[in-house]
Design a protein around this ligand. Structure first.
Ligand code: ATP
Ligand code: MG
Length: 352
C-alpha cells in the first residue's frame, strides 16, 4: 500500500526546510523499500496571494484525506485579519483534524554540547486544543474578550475528555517505549478548578499503569528543575500553554530550536511540525537547520509504522550532527540547508 503524505511548506524558512525534508524522506523510504507519495499543497502567504486564504478549504480536505501531513512553519503573526483570509493554518489544522496531542521530544545529540552540559532525554505531551488557546469556535477568535475598555479577559478551557485523551496518550507512549515515569505539570495551587480537574484525571489514569511511576510538579518548579536537573523528567504531560512554553525551554536545553521535532496526533490524522516558527530573520539564505522538520517527519513515519524509514532518518541525523564538519551554521557548522540534507541522503544510501 502506498502511503500519501501532504507537504505544506508554509512561510519564511518553510520552503527551504520542506525541500530538505522531502529529499530525506524519499531517500529513507526508497532505502527501506516503502512506497510513499508526497503531494504538495499551499498554505500561508503563497495561498493567501493565490486563493485569498492562508488555509484554503481544499487544503483542509486534502489534509483530512492524506495518511499524514508534513506541516511547515507559518508567519501567522504577520497575516491580515481573519476577515481578510489570515487564519493560522496550524491552529485550523489542529481543530479540523482533531489533533489533540502535540508530542514534543527534547533529546540532546551525542557529541553536541548542551547549554548546561547535562544530557536531555524527555518527551512532552502537550494538550493541543484546550487551555487558553481554545477558540470559542473556529472563526470567531480565541477565548479572549474585553468586557469594558481597559479590561481584557481570557478563558481557559479544561475538560475531562480532553485531559483523558492527552493523559492516555502520554501513559500509552511511556508503556510502549520503555519510559519509566510520567510527570503531570500543572498550577493547581492557583487554578484549583481547572488544573484540579486535570490532575484528578491524570491520577485516575495513572492507577491503570502500575509499572509506570507517576508524579506531579508545579509549572514554575518544572521550569527551574528542567534547567537544574533535566534527568529527573522522563515523560511530561501538561496543558496547552504550559506545554508550549516548557517545550521551547526543553528543546533549547537539548541543543537548540533548530533540532526540535514534534508530532501532532489525532484519532485519525497526524501532522509532523517543527517546534519553531518561520524564522523570517534567516529565510531565503539557505541557513536554516532542517533537522527539526526532518525529525518531525521521522516521528510521522514511525506513527505510520514505517519504522525502518524512521530509524534510517534518525541514525543519519545523529551521525551528521555528531561530526562538527557536517553541522549547519546554527550549531557552528559550515553547511547550508541543502548541503546538510545531501549529507543525510548520502548517509541513508550508505546505511546497512
Ligand atoms: P515566528 O513568528 O514565525 O515564530 P520568530 O521570529 O519567532 O518567527 P522562530 O522561528 O520562532 O522565529 O525562531 C526564533 C529564533 O530561532 C530565530 O532567530 C530563528 O532564526 C532561530 N531559528 C528558528 N528555527 C531555526 C532553524 N530551523 N534553523 C536555524 N535557526 C532557527
Ligand atoms: Mg517564534
Amino acid at each position: 500500500m502506498t502511503l500519501s503524505l501532504l507537504c505544506l511548506a508554509g512561510d519564511g524558512i518553510g520552503p527551504e526546510i520542506m525541500a530538505a525534508t522531502k529529499v530525506v524522506v524519499e531517500a529513507a523510504c526508497t532505502r527501506s523499500g516503502e512506497t510513499v507519495s508526497l503531494a504538495d499543497g499551499e498554505i500561508g502567504f503563497p495561498a493567501l496571494n493565490a486563493e485569498g486564504s492562508t488555509i484554503p478549504e481544499q487544503v483542509i480536505e486534502a489534509a483530512l484525506a492524506a495518511d499524514g501531513v508534513i506541516l511547515g512553519p507559518v508567519s501567522h503573526n504577520a497575516y491580515p485579519s481573519r476577515e481578510d483570509g489570515g487564519l493560522n493554518p496550524s491552529g485550523v489544522l489542529r481543530k479540523e483534524l482533531d489533533l489533540f496531542a502535540n508530542i514534543r521530544p527534547a533529546q540532546s545529540f551525542k557529541g553536541l554540547a548542551t547549554p548546561t552540559g547535562a544530557p536531555v532525554d524527555l518527551i512532552i505531551f502537550r494538550e493541543n486544543l484546550e487551555g487558553f488557546y481554545a477558540d470559542k469556535n473556529l472563526h470567531s477568535g480565541p477565548g479572549e474578550f474585553m468586557p469594558v475598555p481597559g479590561v481584557a479577559m481570557a478563558m481557559r478551557l479544561i475538560t475531562e475528555r480532553g485531559s483523558e485523551r492527552i493523559g492516555r496518550a502520554a501513559f500509552d507512549h511511556a508503556a510502549a517505549n520503555g519510559r519509566k515515569k510520567v510527570t503531570a505539570v500543572h498550577k493547581a495551587n492557583v487554578m484549583r478548578t481547572s488544573d484540579g480537574l486535570f490532575l484528578d484525571v491524570m491520577r485516575r489514569i495513572a492507577t491503570g499503569y502500575p509499572g509506570i511511576q507517576y508524579d506531579e510538579v508545579l509549572v514554575d518548579a518544572a521550569a527551574a528543575l528542567l534547567v537544574r536537573d533535566p534527568g529527573r523528567f522522563d515523560v511530561i504531560v501538561t496543558t496547552n500553554m504550559f506545554g508550549d512554553i516548557l517545550s521551547d525551554l526543553a528543546s533549547e536545553l537539548a541543543g537548540g530550536l533548530g533540532l526540535a521535532a514534534s508530532l501532532n496526533l489525532g484519532p485519525q490524522n497526524a501532522a509532523a511540525q517543527a517546534q519553531h516558527g518561520s524564522a523570517p530573520d534567516i529565510a531565503g539564505h539557505d541557513r536554516a537547520n532542517p533537522t527539526s522538520l526532518i525529525g518531525s517527519a521521522a516521528m510521522l513515519l514511525g506513527h505510520l509504522e514505517l519504522v525502518r524509514a524512521k530509524a534510517l532518518i534518525e541514525v543519519s541525523l545523529k551521525k551528521a550532527i555528531a561530526d562538527p564538519r557536517t553541522r549547519t551554521s546554527d550549531l557552528g557548522g559550515p553547511l547550508g540547508t541543502q548541503a546538510f540534507s545531501k549529507v543525510l541522503v548520502d548517509l541513508i544510501q550508505e546505511a546497512d
